[in-house]
Design a protein around this ligand. Structure first.
Ligand code: FAD
Length: 345
């Protein structure tokens, strides 16, 4: 593998039903930063059927080039044709870096493609940088301009930085909500490349007989501006009524810790944290949540964190901007009433 043949930062522009995933735009934002450090450009790879017009949105969010594979075989996501298409793009255009969202689709597609193009992949990254590898080596002996991929390891108890110095592309999946998308530049255009890789049907092609969409029962906590999050300290599913009332008064959405999901009090969709969702609201209430590292990993980027906990030594107070020490059963109803009274003025 001639590493010097591989150039540019590529991002997978995931779309489903002609709607781009938020992480597709976030990856372009991060890709621009990495490309700035490497002195190269960002190319978004858009796969699907009847999707070419989405290239304009990708351009507005910062893509310099968009490679489009528009083929009937790519109408609904299936591992085999998508893997053939993305591997075909990589083999033809030889990117130095290939980023994929850590969504259900990306977690299937990314590793499949990395195996096919014979490189490594670091899954579920929380941070990406350009630097030398090994990190602490004498610069004269280290490899420069490597993608340094950081992710939680050993159950979230430590953070590992991983590089892929001997193979290309350097591949990573990145969790939705972790990177920041750029402000769109209306009317910005990208160079659009229509690519036709060989998509040959084989015995790994599955036939989709029917698509049954689950009706969405919960709000997407990743879109909420105010989150009222409850932990084991709330005590019972019924007692979440206190948080529902606060959320209603303040125009927020209820979310929770993993302990709450494990107890069966709330669905997994509402879980914040390393194995839940990464959120970045304007205001995050942490109520009866201790502040375990795996929870904090999913909410520490919130603009304002307000913690309510009866234990003054709870680690949540280390990341909170405002802290109230006391019994949530007394404090939350008073807070709700105070907010209602204030809003009624
Ligand atoms: P607890 O730690 O039990 O804390 C409850 C808190 O409520 C305590 O601080 C207590 O003082 C307070 N309290 C109790 N009663 C009251 C009251 N009346 N008034 C005020 N305060 C009160 N966790 C996540 O949240 N998200 C994840 O994505 C996640 N992923 C994980 C991944 C791995 C691999 C592992 C090993 C763990 C993960 N966890 C995750 C679990 C995490 O380690 C914690 O166990 C969990 O976050 C604890 O939830 P909690 O804070 O609600 O409960």
């Amino acid at each position: 593998m001639a590493l010097e043949d591989y150039k540019g930062v590529f991002t997978f522009a995931e779309q489903v039903d002609h709607k781009l995933a938020g992480v597709a735009l976030e990856l372009i934002g991060k890709g621009k930063e990495l490309a700035g450090d490497l002195g190269c450009e960002v190319t978004a790879v858009l796969l699907g059927s009847g999707i070419t017009d989405l290239a304009d949105t990708l351009a507005e969010y910062g893509a310099d080039h968009v490679i489009v594979v528009d083929d009937e075989k790519l109408k609904d996501y299936r591992t085999e044709p998508y893997a053939q298409a993305l591997a075909g793009v990589i083999n033809e255009y030889k990117p130095e870096i290939m980023l994929v969202g850590a969504t259900a689709i990306g977690r299937d597609l990314g590793p499949t493609v990395s195996a096919r193009v014979k490189t490594g992949l670091t899954a579920d990254c929380t941070s990406l940088d350009i630097g030398q590898f090994p990190l602490n080596a004498d610069p004269a002996e280290a490899k420069q301009n490597q993608l340094l991929m950081t992710r939680p390891a050993f159950g979230g108890n430590t953070i590992a930085t991983i590089a892929c110095p001997d193979h290309r592309p350097q591949m990573a999946t990145v969790r939705p909500g972790v990177m920041i998308k750029q402000e769109p530049e209306k009317g910005k255009k990208a160079d659009i490349i229509d690519f036709k890789p060989d998509l040959s049907e084989n015995n790994r092609y599955v036939e989709i007989l029917e698509v049954i969409k689950e009706a969405k029962k919960t709000a997407d906590i990743m879109d909420a501006k105010i989150l009222v999050s409850g932990g084991r300290g709330v005590g019972s599913p019924e007692n979440f009524k206190l948080l529902d009332d606060l959320a209603e008064a303040i125009g927020g959405t209820v979310s929770c810790s993993r302990a709450v999901v494990d107890n069966g009090w709330k669905p997994k969709d509402l879980q914040v944290g390393q194995t839940g969702k990464t959120v970045r609201p304007n205001v995050y209430f942490a109520i009866g949540i201790s502040g375990a590292i795996q929870h904090v990993a999913g909410m520490e980027e919130s603009d304002i964190i307000i913690a309510i906990n009866k234990d003054e030594s709870a680690p949540i107070f280390d990341v909170a901007d405002y802290g109230v020490v006391g019994d949530l059963n007394k404090i939350v109803p008073q807070l709700t009433e105070a907010i209602k009274a204030e809003l009624a003025k």
